[in-house]
Design a protein around this ligand. Structure first.
Ligand code: HEM
Length: 125
């Protein structure tokens, strides 16, 4: 069984990302970063990416090509504040899935590492 299946398959990833974007929609720092009025297409891209990453179907790459996530985030200024806001909404979303602790931990460790990796501005400590 893949982690994709263990986490709950596509419905679980849809729920994760829907919860996450419900937070982003209300976030004064993050919401203005999303160029489109409708957050639905962005939610779809993140859902398909996470499904692919965790061992589900490769629909993301069929539609979008190689993820190259740092490159795709280059147009956005991502400092510690943006990273922490992103992680705050993602933490709530992971909690909403009510997964067994080991699965929630694996999912969270990845998301936290990925968010730190996406930071693209140098700031004074
Ligand atoms: C796209 C912000 C971290 C995955 C985007 C977009 C923004 C954004 C503004 C453009 C919306 C769109 O057109 O899809 C941020 C911020 C982050 C962050 C502020 C803070 C650290 C992450 C992380 C991941 C991720 C950690 C993966 C685990 C994606 C994906 C896309 C995306 C898959 C769509 C890429 C595409 O196919 O064009 N992000 N992001 N992001 N982000 Fe993030």
């Amino acid at each position: 069984m893949t982690l994709f299946e263990a986490i709950g398959g596509e419905p679980a990833f849809r729920k994760l990302v829907d919860e996450f974007y419900a937070g982003v929609a209300e976030d004064p720092l993050l919401r203005p970063m999303y160029p489109e009025e409708d957050l639905g297409p962005a939610a779809d891209r993140l859902t398909l990416f996470l499904i692919q990453y965790w061992g589900g179907p490769h629909t993301y790459s069929e539609q979008r090509g190689h993820p190259r996530l740092r490159m795709r985030h280059a147009p956005f200024r991502i400092g510690a504040a943006e990273r922490d806001a992103w992680l705050l909404h993602m933490r709530r979303a992971v909690d909403a899935l009510d997964l067994p602790p080991q699965l929630a931990g694996a999912l969270w460790d990845y998301l936290e590492r990925a968010a730190y990796f996406m930071v693209n501005v140098m700031e004074d400590p």
